[in-house]
Write a protein that binds this ligand. Structure first.
Ligand SMILES: Cc1cc2nc3c(=O)[nH]c(=O)nc-3n(C[C@H](O)[C@H](O)[C@H](O)COP(=O)(O)OP(=O)(O)OC[C@H]3O[C@@H](n4cnc5c(N)ncnc54)[C@H](O)[C@@H]3O)c2cc1C
Length: 333
């Protein structure tokens, strides 16, 4: 007789991975189906958690405790797989426009911003960058997740526990009843879809209003940069194999998986006008940020099926949001 599993998770990107660890920690039985991270945007991501986002310098979280909670979940995973996956990183931000400079002048001494926004920096401290009139500041409490190490080591961990099936999930083979779902020889009380942008192929969620955006990231080598997160209109951040990533561009035509020449040129031009020393491009990768039209992440059940769930829409902040939204969803289950 097939045993009943508590949760079947589809997708092992940032969303499915966090969800799986938290469910296991709550002693739930789980199975995961993932097609070997095919087109996973989590693998392309810069892995950055930036506390102050956008031109208007808006805080990423309502309360600093949300960051503490996200960090707690990363540390928890580190303790299980015994590999470092998150680190604090110094952010150097250019105040790119007059508008941003105005926001900075208004906000820098206000209580919610003082832990993050620092005084203007001297350009001479950054000889690796070409000098420009726009001021540079340091932004504290920035982090970088090594998403590749997180996903690949979690894949290994879940395989060893015999709870990961590496294959594509075929939606037409799913049957749903009030008490459980069935898929091949799997029976589960709940199914949670964490398919990232590939959820657009899922007939159960065809009514969701997607506005996904493709992003392109260059990987390059240089001897001259420090291990900073340079936020200079585009971002530059180190990779674990001692290279750097530079991203990203936004293309609304996300159905083609290749980087256009125009976008490639935008990134190389950015590097040439920003870096004072030479660099060599080693790779270009494209990924798709899963975004819903209202820009809010989604963690809910299907309108017609209380045991069919979705965790998605993490947009450009998957590293910060995935642990928090997973917690939220599991509380509803
Ligand atoms: C260029 C770029 C840069 C980014 N940089 C950052 C950053 O610096 N910081 C940040 O926080 N966020 C960043 N993001 C956003 C971040 O990558 C996403 O929010 C996050 O990766 C979404 O995770 P996910 O688990 O929802 O989706 P995914 O990572 O796409 O994972 C979905 C998983 O489901 C699997 N899957 C899908 N369908 C099926 C199926 N039918 N059967 C089996 N398996 C299936 C896929 O193989 C994949 O493994 C960036 C995104 C892009 C594109």
């Amino acid at each position: 007789m097939t045993t009943m599993t508590d949760i079947l998770i589809i997708g092992q990107g940032l969303a499915g991975t966090h969800l799986a660890y938290q469910a296991l920690n709550q002693n739930k039985s789980i199975l995961i189906i993932d097609n070997k991270h095919h087109h996973s945007s989590s693998l392309i991501a810069g892995g950055l958690i930036n506390p102050i986002k956008g031109k208007r310098l808006v805080p990423l979280w309502k309360e600093h405790e949300e960051l503490e909670k996200a960090l707690y979940y990363y540390k928890y995973i580190e303790s299980i797989i015994e590999i470092k996956i998150i680190r604090s990183i110094q952010q150097v931000r250019k105040l790119q426009t007059k508008e941003t400079l105005n926001y900075y002048s208004k906000k820098k001494n206000l209580a919610p911003y003082t832990p993050y926004l620092n005084k203007e920096e001297n350009h001479h401290h950054y000889p690796e960058l070409k000098n420009t009139p726009q001021p540079l500041i340091k932004v504290d409490h920035s982090y970088q997740v090594d998403t590749h190490t997180l996903l690949k080591n979690s894949q290994r961990y879940f395989q060893e526990k015999k709870i990961l099936i590496n294959e594509s999930f075929h939606h037409d083979k799913l049957t749903i009843s009030d008490s459980h779902i069935e898929y091949n020889d799997i029976k589960a009380r709940n199914i949670i879809f964490c398919e990232g942008h590939q959820a657009t192929q899922n007939p159960l969620w065809k009514n969701l209003n997607w506005e996904n955006a493709k992003g392109n990231v260059l990987t390059f080598q240089t001897k001259y940069l420090k291990n900073n997160f340079y936020n200079l209109g585009k971002w530059i951040a180190p990779t674990p194999d001692k290279q750097f990533k530079c991203g990203s561009t936004t293309e609304w035509d996300w159905r083609s998986s290749l980087c256009s020449k125009e976008n490639y040129d935008t990134l190389t031009e950015f590097l040439s006008t920003t870096l004072s020393q030479k660099y060599t491009v080693t790779a270009i990768n494209s990924g798709i940020r899963p975004i819903l039209k209202d820009r809010t992440p989604i963690a809910t059940h299907h309108p017609d099926h209380k045991n069919v769930w979705i965790l998605n829409g993490l947009g450009s902040h998957g590293c910060f949001l995935a642990p928090l939204i997973s917690e939220k969803l599991l509380k509803k289950l």
